[in-house]
Ligand binder design. Sequence first.
Ligand code: C2E
Ligand code: MG
Ligand code: MG
Length: 614
Amino acid sequence: MTLPMTPASALPPIPAREDDRLAALQRYELLDTPAEPAFDQITRLAAKLLKVPVALISLVDRDRQWFKSRIGLPVQETPRDHAFCAHALESDSLLVVTDARQDERFAGNPLVTGDPNIRFYAGAPLRTADGLALGTICVIDDQPRAALTPEEEEALRDLSAMTMAHIEARRAVGYLHPVTALSNRFRFLADVDALPADATMAEPADFRETAVVIDTAASQQYAELTRVLGQVCADAFEVDCARRIAASLPERTRLYHVSPARFTCILAGHDAADGELASTLHRISTAIRSPFQYQGVPIATSSGIGFVHRSDSPPGGVELLRAATSAAHQSLEEQKPWCAYDEEQDRAAHRAFLLLRSLTEAMGAQDQLHIAYQPKVDLRTDRCIGAEALLRWTHPALGPISPAEFVPLAERTALVRPLTEWVIAAVLGQVSHWRRRGIALPVSINISMLDLGTGDFADRVAAMLDRHGVRADWIDFEVTESALMTDRAEVDRQLHRLRNLGIAVEIDDFGTGQSALSYLKDIPATAVKIDQRFIRSIAAERSDQIMVRSTIELAHDLGYLVVAEGVETAEAYDWLRLHGCDFGQGYLISRPLAPAAFEDWLAAGAFRPAAMSA
Ligand code: C2E
Ligand code: MG
Ligand code: MG
């Protein structure tokens, strides 16, 4: 069935601020919502007062009119082109059509010629405070009628005002925070989205808007407050914060309570100009710094304040709030009174979050994580004496991710433990496979400082060795010096336990931490790995030569073997051999290799640097 074409003269006019009107309609969140008794009471009253069979609350959407309430009409919506109500939007007070068949705008309208056979129509627009008509409340009869009496007109206008008041009240309730009675996050988002489109770059700074987020407690502190002193205390804390912040804001600035212990506001015009902004931020920061008193107990929390100019943030209220929140987070972390949004930092935080989220999945997937093996050679014989296991991650969307990026991230979370376990299991599997095939080389595994800080690390390693049938001297661990600097007692205990199991321990990246060389004597290690930054230009840099020479000498005197990592040139290789360094590892010898490639490399015979064959 095709609907009859509506002649152009009969099409409803498009209101002047149509885009604003449609945006407002969205903000009220009425479209396609279930029926509500309060609206149905109004339409029932309208039908009764005006003695008509049909009464509607109609919202005029882009292409349709949709009925929030309807008495006497079976359909939920009709096309906008047919909607009488769409004609009523522009009328100052009422649109009354006494007989549609006699009105050239409506005579051919399918709602007139067919069902529901409209003859009489009277509608009053539902207008917001800023004059945008969302739709109408209207009454309809299938008989022509006389014009409305003044009393009837008044009744219809009153019903329209009642409907609008209810629409506003309905919105206000959903827009208030129950604890502080401040506007909530939804209100913030609606208000931001109602702001005029972003200021152009040429706009003077005085006209820009700036969103400020105030975190009055770190999230664990707020959780702790709730847990230890109860929700009543946490609520009182928020009320107190709201009061203090509100008192620090420029006049007529709306404060929003967007989530637990988090507040936000928008500064505009003069208030957002640099000087004013700084003094406002200073006032807020001072106001929330003094401890909150609860039943005589002072409770101190850490706070953070972040701001972002709307023109510097991705568009939309959600993004604006996120950007300012990220800045507040930075302020809290760095213990600065406030921070501006930093896109670069935000992007890094975003990526870090994404990586951490995908890392768990990666550990479960078959094809994302794998181990590369980089040979270590004896500098005197040029023979391979072992390999270092280096973790590789190919992210399904982001491609290869360096362990130098994701391992430190994992170290900041509980993920480091399962990650290390994944690596150890993978290496033990490979080592036992190689041993069965007659490849008898120890493999070094990198572990994190946090692994050694957990009390059962050595026990878990022992259990894994058992499970894989791998002897303790078939592997060793590389630990970075910084790991040895923190949590000394536990780290020492675990290192001794590993040594007692028969596992060798190398100090990785030696020379990059803050420890003195004398520190070496306390560490139960077997070898020292001099960091690649000293090795790369060793043949030319005198200061590197001095550092490396004395390290080799001291380490040997204390009974350690010495490994040089990052050997990239034959000159470096020669220099190191000449100065008594035991082992070398680096691109000159081989890049880290997949297991099969490593086997091929081994099969090709002992390594000899090109420069030395001459
Ligand atoms: P690292 O343990 O000091 O490993 C040596 C790094 O230097 C490796 O980088 C290796 O590929 C690279 N390298 C080797 N030879 C040369 C060379 O001649 N020149 C240059 N420029 N680089 C060379 P990679 O694989 O990117 O690993 C970076 C760091 O990530 C490692 O430093 C280690 O701290 C960490 N890491 C790698 N795998 C693991 C792991 O399984 N667990 C833990 N906890 N950390 C790991
Ligand atoms: Mg290493
Ligand atoms: Mg290293």
